[in-house]
Design a protein around this ligand. Structure first.
Ligand SMILES: [Ca+2]
Ligand SMILES: [Ca+2]
Length: 143
């Protein structure tokens, strides 16, 4: 596991399963919202092990925006097939982004699992999305 547990990390505040690498076995995404991190365990015939673990944040290469205290990135998680039927993609909510205006990041699945390539962040200021991002909107709040 990346990093050690600390008080109030909120490890597991959100959970989602989906087959990001198209091998028929689900990956498990775990939100660690107070660490602005999402940990993904890769499904395998032997079950989850110490390999096949990745950690995602807004500071990861190719992921939009940057990590700020209070983003609560990973406070909501969903897998879905937004691009094709084979690889499940992961949507991550950051309800605290920009003074809790909120944001949603979409990371696509691929043959090698989730990839930063093509990842995108959606807010109420994204073209075509109604309204404007305002403090406290909590866009993407899932609960
Ligand atoms: Ca899989
Ligand atoms: Ca941010």
């Amino acid at each position: 596991m990346p990093s050690d547990p600390a008080t109030d990390d909120q490890f597991g505040v959100a959970l989602a399963s989906g087959d990001a690498n198209g091998d028929g076995r689900s990956e498990l995404a775990i939100g660690v919202a107070r660490r602005q991190t999402v940990v993904v365990l890769t499904g395998a015939t032997s079950g989850f092990g110490s390999t096949g673990i990745s950690a995602w944040s807004q500071d990861a290469a190719g992921i939009p925006d940057s990590t700020e205290s209070g983003d609560k990135w990973g406070s909501g998680l969903r897998f879905g097939h937004y691009r094709n039927a084979t690889y499940a993609d992961l949507v991550m909510a950051a309800q605290g982004e920009n003074s809790a205006a909120g944001a949603v990041t979409l990371i696509y699945g691929s043959a090698t699992g989730l990839t930063a390539a093509g990842s995108t962040m959606i807010t109420q200021d994204t073209g075509g999305v109604p309204d404007t991002a305002q403090a406290g909107d909590r866009f993407g709040y899932l609960r």
